[in-house]
Ligand binder design. Structure first.
Ligand code: ADP
Ligand code: MG
Length: 406
């Protein structure tokens, strides 16, 4: 098969890396890709929202499958355009991608499907969580413990758009649970946890994610199937019943509360950075699963998680998230890889033959091991081998998981 991966982040590097292991892969392309992906795929300077450019690639290279990584092109309807032109696409059309693109639509679907989620509040009364309705790159949600915070959050959320969701503030462990789907059949992937705040101890500003690990001790294997049964399947059935089946990866962000799991949100694509910890563990025919989902034939595909754990630590540029410093030279990736780690590029570029920072989150460094504790040690040992002046990273990725008994 000839496959195109759309996107340029660490998630897309992980997708490309996993796809490149498939015997059935004939050619791998990326648009636009990044310097890490370029070692695995032909990268084309086409933006991820450029439908005509992507269609041109599909025709020129006779591509069999397009895998769209990020949410923005999905919510914008890029998958619809490609499908209408006869291309096989992994990723939902705009109507189903609204499950991520609109928080109020997600609430409406959950209510119709009977899926447990945070209760909506009629007034902006702390404690509460205030959410701008549309895509906000992680900057539209405000967790408010005081009334002053809630009032300020309301103003800020309103400034992002007219529609705002206010819901109860839930407490518990947060986990991410992904399911691949062709609209009817589903395959759950291993659960993961991510680390959204910039600093250790969940302090500092929200980011795109500073690390992740899988598996998580906070969900037992039998709970995974039960969650997919009570969360993913009813939502997929509801979307299909509305004539807008979801094809691709449905990501449930869950809070494991004392009263049971509650959905915080859905995403319409692989999570970044969870994917970087999930895919290195994945066993089975990944390309077959993506092609099966895209082609309406997921039934019969088997995927499982291997026995190893994975911990992924993000190296972010100095100044991230406000003003990440670009152009800082990075060395030592080969040393980290020689020690057994995986390094996925996110915000890098090659300038004058040197690898430099070119974004906020720059690298994902993944350690593998027989336990989360061992994977964690391997990840941080690899981080030490990378020379990236000013890099910011969390030192407590997966630390709580290591301390969970049993
Ligand atoms: N009802 C809630 N109770 C407690 N925390 C929440 C709630 N909703 C969201 N959060 C926190 O805010 C983060 C971002 O919210 P989320 O709905 O995932 O929006 P987005 O990812 O679009 O920014 C979550 O990962 C979670 O930590
Ligand atoms: Mg989220």
């Amino acid at each position: 098969m000839k496959v195109l991966v759309v996107g340029s982040g660490g998630r897309e590097h992980a997708l490309a890396w996993k796809l490149a292991q498939s015997d059935a892969l004939a050619e791998l392309h990326a648009a636009p890709g990044n310097p890490g992906i370029a070692a695995l795929a032909h990268c084309h300077p086409i933006r991820m929202n450029d439908v005509e450019g992507l269609l041109g690639l599909c025709r020129e290279h006779e591509l069999d499958l397009v895998v769209i990584g990020p949410e923005a092109p999905l919510v914008a309807g890029v998958a619809d355009h490609l499908r209408r032109a006869g291309v096989t696409v992994f990723g939902p059309g705009a109507a189903a991608a609204r499950i991520e693109g609109s928080k109020s639509f997600a609430k409406e679907i959950m209510e119709a499907a009977g899926v447990p989620t945070a209760a909506e509040l009629a007034a902006v009364r702390a404690p509460c969580v205030v959410k701008a309705d549309g895509l906000a790159a992680g900057k539209g949600v405000f967790v408010c413990r005081t009334q002053a915070e809630a009032d300020a959050a309301w103003e800020q959320a309103r400034a992002l758009g007219d529609s705002v969701v206010v819901e109860e503030l839930l407490e518990g462990e947060e986990v991410s649970l992904f399911a691949l789907t062709d609209g009817v059949d589903t395959i759950p992937l291993a659960p993961a946890q991510d680390f959204k705040r910039l600093l250790d101890g969940d302090e500092g500003p929200n980011t795109g994610g500073m690390g992740s690990y899988s598996p998580t001790p906070f969900l037992r294997p039998d709970e995974i199937d039960e969650l997919v049964e009570t969360v993913h399947r009813p939502v997929l059935a509801e979307l299909a019943a509305r004539g807008t089946p979801f094809i691709g990866l449905l990501y449930a962000g869950l809070m494991l509360t004392g009263d049971g799991p509650r959905v915080l949100e859905f995403n319409c694509r692989f999570g970044d950075p969870e994917t970087q910890a999930i895919l290195p563990r994945l066993e089975g025919d990944f390309l077959g699963a993506l092609a099966g989902a895209a082609g309406g034939a997921l039934g019969g595909v088997e995927l499982s998680a291997g026995p190893e754990a994975a911990v992924s630590v993000v190296l972010a540029a100095a100044g991230y998230p406000d003003a990440p410093q670009a152009g800082v030279q990075i060395r030592g990736i080969e040393d980290a890889e020689a020690g057994g780690a995986l390094v996925f590029h996110a915000g890098t570029a090659v300038r004058d033959g040197r690898l430099v920072s070119a974004g906020g989150r720059v690298l994902n460094v993944i350690g593998l091991g027989g336990s989360v504790a061992e994977a964690r040690e391997h990840a941080y040992a690899a981080v030490e081998r990378i020379d990236f002046p000013g890099a910011q990273f969390r030192r407590d990725v997966a630390l709580r998981a290591v301390r969970v008994p049993g």
